[in-house]
Ligand binder design. Structure first.
Ligand SMILES: Cc1ncc(COP(=O)(O)O)c(C=O)c1O
Length: 457
């Protein structure tokens, strides 16, 4: 056993090669380490801590709620906070999504969504239905459980588990910067990407396709990438034409992160099922949901068997629902979504300055969900080799500066491609954005110097 891989304590962490600094507390946009070092949480964990850390109002609410009631099983009881939370979620969702199925996180939300889609067709057409496949995209992440990983297109995350996964079809993403069609405009990329959906449905036979899943703004697989409105308009038309359900994965982009209540709102998108988690509770408790239309709900629950054959012990626990409702109430009262739109635009404008560094290839995003992609050469978009560990360098240089960014890779061919996600708390102030930018600028400068082996001015 190599020494640096020896157990450090009893925790089975994700990465034994990483030194995990111990965090003592969180305060607003900051994480504070045991040694007193302050980090700007520039990615809210993974786009989770939307209202920032250490919120007193939430803490006091949690104490009261636990003293009143912490847990009841959703199969037997209902509690006011569960109902209130569902009502508020529906008010935040695009029109027509009226029924909230609670789960405990993002993977569970997309997993529940595909089981809901499958059961919808079974209830409607009987067990003879052959509809089960879910079309998804390369350069996507929908979760780590077997169903959600089967939809995930990130090759690196799938490889080991491939024999266990359902054989779901994959099409190209609306990833304009690296679009495979060689077209000039985002409009063309969006149209061609949507046309792939129709082709794929026909290739497999519409009678075998239950659903199509997409993120509105891409998260970890190609952060900040989004299409023109035409994409989701065409997706809706194609799904209707071939009797396929449209699932929108807003686990990262939803609940305020992009400067709208849901990112679907930017595109006037109308999904049949919408998956949310992460910012829904700002990380104050694990919670997620799959929200569906009357058509799906009625088919399964009113005209059908009345039983959705799915469920988790902690799903819809009153404490988590109460916390999510409180977080959403704070976001509404304090106008944090409006702030997110304003600060997101300001941040994106400032980030243009980073193009002065030759390793910065593309900057894109909506609200405070922003991606930066790094390249060897700006003109030809050549990615770095994995061995150069550019995403690791930028992460470490950020941490040294006191800034946390969310690194990712593999967007080019499943292996190469370095990028970071910036997603600070959506209540960040303009002055804090300035500070975040200054730290990021120094981190990118240092990384550029390390990679090029020369000073940059
Ligand atoms: C778009 C998207 N879907 C699903 C998931 C899975 O969510 P979780 O990690 O809460 O299971 C994530 C997590 O990053 C995500 O970004």
């Amino acid at each position: 056993m190599s020494l640096n891989k020896a157990p450090k304590n009893n925790v089975f962490y994700r990465n034994q090669n990483w030194h995990y600094p111990r965090i003592k507390k969180g305060e607003g946009i900051y994480l504070i380490g045991e040694n007193g070092k302050k980090y700007i949480d520039g990615c809210s964990g993974s786009a989770v801590a939307n209202i920032g850390h250490g919120n007193r109002e939430v803490a006091e609410f949690v104490k009261e709620h636990i003293e009143r009631i912490a847990f009841t099983h959703l199969s037997r009881w209902t509690v006011d906070s569960i109902e209130k939370c569902a009502e508020r979620i529906v008010n935040w969702c695009p029109e027509g999504l009226n029924h909230v199925y609670f789960v405990s996180g993002g993977s569970e939300a997309t997993e529940a969504a595909i089981k809901m889609a499958r059961q919808y067709f079974v209830e409607r057409d009987g067990h003879k239905t052959s509809k089960w496949k879910v079309i998804s995209k390369w350069n996507s992440y929908h979760g780590a459980t077997m169903g959600s990983l089967s939809m995930t297109g990130s090759v690196g995350r799938r490889k080991i588990y491939d024999p266990l996964l359902a054989n779901f079809p994959k099409i190209n993403q609306f990833y304009h910067y690296r679009n495979p069609w060689g077209v000039e405009t985002l409009e063309e990329t969006s149209t061609l990407a949507a046309k792939e959906l129709e082709r794929e449905i026909l290739r497999h036979g519409p009678e075998n396709i239950a659903a199509f899943i997409s993120e509105p703004v891409i998260g970890s697989a190609a952060p900040g990438v989004y299409p023109e409105k035409v994409y989701f308009r065409m997706v809706r038309e194609i799904c209707d034409k071939y009797d396929v359900l449209f699932i929108m994965d807003e686990v990262m982009a939803g609940t305020g992160r992009t400067g709208k209540k849901m990112a679907s709102d930017h595109f006037e998108a109308k999904p049949d099922i919408l998956a949310i988690a992460k910012g829904l509770s700002s990380g104050y408790t694990p919670i997620g949901a799959a929200v569906c239309t009357d058509e799906i709900f009625n088919t399964i629950m009113v005209e059908g068997t009345g039983n959705f054959i799915h469920g988790h012990t902690y799903a819809g626990n009153p404490l988590s629902c109460g916390i999510a409702d409180k977080v959403m109430e704070i976001i509404e009262r304090e106008s944090y979504i409006e702030n997110c739109a304003i600060q997101g635009e300001y941040l994106l404008k400032k980030l243009e300055g980073l193009y002065n560094y030759p390793i910065v290839g593309d900057i894109r995003g909506k609200g405070l969900m922003v991606g930066i992609e790094f390249v060897k050469e700006q003109d030809i978009k050549e990615p770095f080799e994995v061995s150069e560990n550019v995403k690791g360098k930028i992460t470490n240089n950020g941490l040294e500066e006191g800034l946390v960014v969310y690194p990712g890779g593999g967007s080019v061919d499943g292996v190469r491609g370095d990028h970071i996600l910036l997603a600070p708390p959506i209540n960040i102030t303009k002055e804090e954005v300035d500070l975040l930018y200054a730290k990021l600028d120094r981190s990118v400068k240092k990384t550029t110097e390390e990679v090029l082996g020369q000073k940059v001015y």
